[in-house]
Design a protein around this ligand. Structure first.
Ligand code: FES
Length: 204
C-alpha cells in the first residue's frame, strides 16, 4: 500500500471512531470498545503525527467535540452568536488578546484575527484543549453567568488552578496560565469536514 493510500485508510478509521464516540455517548461505550483496537492508526502514522479528519456535520451551535491529534485533545467548538459577540467585549480582560505569544505551535496566519478562526467559518474554533499552565484539560464551554469563575463571560475553566479562557481560547489576565490555547494548523475539506494537522502549506 502506498503512503497516500495508507494515510487515507488511517483518516477513515479515525473518522469512524470519532463519529461513533460523539454519537454513542455513554450507551455507545459497550459497543465501541471491541472496535477500538482495530481502528487504531498504524504505528507509523502515530509516530509521524498524521493529520486527522473530523466530521462536523452534527456539531450544533454551543457544542464542542474533541479529536485526538498527536495524543492531544483538539477541540472543535461551534460558537453561538452570543459567544461570538462576547469576544470583543472581553478584550481588556485578556492577557494577550492578539495572541502575540504562542505556546507550543505557531499561530497560523489565517487565524490571526479577532475570532482566531478561518474566514470561511468564523464561528468554528479549533484549539488544543490543554491548559498552558501545567497541562490540565479545561472544562466548558460555559455560557455567560453560569460559572462564578468566569463571571458574566462565556468561556472555559481549568479546574486545576483556576485559569479561565474566553470563547477563542485566550487566557484572562492574572491567572496561572501564561499563554492562550494553541491553534493547530487545520483546513476545511468541505463545509462539514475538516482536517487537523495540515493546511494549504502542508503538515504541521
Ligand atoms: S493547569 Fe490549568 S490552571 Fe494550572
Amino acid at each position: 500500500m502506498s503512503d497516500n493510500q495508507e494515510k487515507a485508510v488511517d483518516s477513515s478509521r479515525r473518522n469512524l471512531l470519532i463519529a461513533t464516540s460523539v454519537a454513542g455517548g455513554v450507551g455507545g461505550v459497550a459497543t465501541l470498545v471491541p472496535f477500538v483496537s482495530s481502528l487504531e492508526p498504524s504505528e507509523r502514522a502515530k509516530a509521524g503525527g498524521a493529520p486527522v479528519e473530523a466530521d462536523i456535520s452534527n456539531l450544533k451551535p454551543g457544542e464542542k467535540m474533541t479529536v485526538a491529534w498527536r495524543g492531544l485533545p483538539v477541540w472543535i467548538v461551534r460558537r453561538t452568536p452570543d459567544e461570538m459577540a462576547s469576544l470583543s467585549k472581553v478584550t481588556a480582560e485578556l492577557a494577550d488578546p492578539d495572541s502575540k505569544e504562542t505556546f507550543s505551535y505557531p499561530m497560523p496566519d489565517y487565524c490571526k484575527n479577532a475570532y482566531r478562526a478561518r474566514a470561511e467559518h468564523k464561528d468554528l474554533l479549533v484549539v488544543v484543549g490543554i491548559c498552558t499552565h501545567l497541562g490540565c484539560i479545561p472544562s466548558g464551554p460555559y455560557q455567560a453567568n453560569t460559572n462564578a469563575a468566569l463571571g458574566h463571560d462565556p468561556g472555559f475553566l481549568c479546574p486545576c488552578h483556576g485559569s479561565t479562557y474566553d470563547m477563542s481560547g485566550r487566557v484572562f489576565k492574572n491567572k496561572p496560565a501564561p499563554k492562550n490555547l494553541d491553534v493547530p494548523r487545520f483546513m476545511f475539506v468541505n463545509d462539514t469536514k475538516l482536517v487537523i494537522g495540515k493546511d494549504e502549506k502542508g503538515e504541521a
